[in-house]
Design a protein around this ligand. Structure first.
Ligand code: PMP
Length: 392
């Protein structure tokens, strides 16, 4: 099996998932598979209890990392998509109004479009690519004038390095009584998040991106307000929860209320190791490195006269661009033939491409997403291949 052979490949697709996984994460996940593979919460014996303890330990680490005082409100999911489905389908009821951005990932967009059909919700949109003060103004307008009771947005875009001013957005939502659902897929591990202080009601994240965990585990962190709004919802995934088995309904207590089915202790251990690694490196240092690599990439890309870079003013590890004369897909194939891994296309966010202007001319973009473990040499190598690429 060739998998895991990282030699001679330069991975610049960290927005899709981080790779390679750090040794600390691999070791902890393996240790979980060896020693903590009992069914958590499904037995009074020591093997089950060990697995439960491993998951509890990750919950505590995540509560601390995302700055929330209630670890029971940290719900284990499969990924961000799963978390967003639970969050949005639990609180958006018949005919309600929701405000979202023009750069949503399909993990939000498709859920809202489905609820538009099935529950007649009304969707309003704000332009997340405007400057911060205009964004804040349009969110306030959306809540006050359009009467949106739920605001859902990506903390950070997966198309360009746009990070929304979440603390201020949280304040506006709190002051105006709206519920704030955050797609944190691209921000967790890259930008600090203060769940309680910022007034977030539902934070949806994946472990496998900026937190370096294996794919298959994510988190939904909820507020007390969310729990009130969710009451009586019929949108939950129901099933075994390890407690209250005689009841026809899911237990009322959290986190079991939203956690039907067996959870993975090995994945939880991998996620905890990732969270601890990010904390020990420091988010500031991670962000600085990504900015450095992103800026270097933009400098190199712009030296090709056919290059179009989208929102080069935004600083961070994600750079979307195109080359006039070649489709993003063919360009990505060319890079791949030299062992350079970039993603091409719409990146599951079609409206974001309409918003940045890459949709009509190119049908998407090439996306370079640098991670903490990339080096300036990786970007230089990417640059050599870029400069050698034949067009037409
Ligand atoms: N939202 C954003 C902004 C993303 O970039 C992604 C992953 N591309 C998701 C949601 C979905 O994440 P996952 O596939 O891990 O559920």
């Amino acid at each position: 099996m060739k998998g895991g052979n990282f030699q001679n490949r330069i991975y610049l697709d960290n927005a899709a998932t981080s790779f390679p996984k750090p040794q600390a994460v691999i070791q902890k996940t393996l240790m979980g598979l060896y020693n903590y593979s009992g069914n958590p919460g499904r037995g009074g014996h020591s093997v089950s209890k060990d697995a439960s303890r491993a998951i509890f330990s990750m919950r505590l680490a995540a509560a601390d990392f995302f700055q929330t005082s209630r670890e029971e409100n940290v719900i284990v999911t499969g990924n961000t998509t799963h978390a967003l489905n639970i969050a949005l389908k639990s609180i958006l009821r018949q005919g309600q109004r929701v405000l979202c951005s023009n750069i949503e990932h399909n993990a939000v967009r498709r859920v809202l479009l489905c609820l538009e059909k099935t529950r007649d919700i009304k969707i309003f949109t704000f332009d997340a690519l405007l400057d911060d003060s205009a964004v804040l103004q349009s969110i306030e307008d959306g809540i006050k004038r359009k009467k949106a009771s739920v605001v859902v947005l990506p903390h950070a875009s997966n198309i360009c390095s746009r990070i929304l001013p979440l603390e201020k957005i949280g304040k506006i939502c709190r002051e105006n009584g709206a519920c704030l659902v955050v797609d944190g897929a691209q921000s967790a591990g890259h930008v600090p998040i203060f769940f309680d202080d910022w007034g977030i009601d539902a934070l949806c994240i994946s472990g496998h991106k900026g937190l370096f965990a294996p794919a298959g585990i994510g988190l939904l962190i909820v507020s007390e307000k969310f729990k009130e709004l969710e009451k009586g919802s019929d949108a939950l995934i129901t099933g075994g929860a390890g407690i209250d088995s005689e009841s026809p309904e899911m237990p009322e207590v959290y986190p079991e209320h939203l956690e039907a089915g067996t959870l993975s202790a090995p994945l939880a251990m991998g996620l905890e190791a990732g969270i601890r690694l990010v904390s020990s490196i420091g988010i500031k240092k991670i962000a600085e490195k990504e900015i450095l690599l992103g800026n270097l990439a933009k400098q190199i890309i712009s030296s090709r006269k056919e290059a179009v870079i989208y929102r080069p003013d935004l600083e961070g590890g994600i750079v979307s661009f195109n080359l006039r004369g070649i489709s993003p897909e063919r360009a990505a194939e060319y890079f791949d033939s030299f062992g350079i891994c970039l993603r091409a296309g719409l990146h599951c966010a079609p409206t974001a491409h309409q918003s940045i202007g890459s949709f009509l001319e190119f049908g998407g973009s090439l996306r370079l997403s640098a991670g903490y473990f990339n080096t300036p040499c990786d970007i230089q190598r990417f640059g050599q291949v870029l400069l050698s690429m034949p067009l037409k």
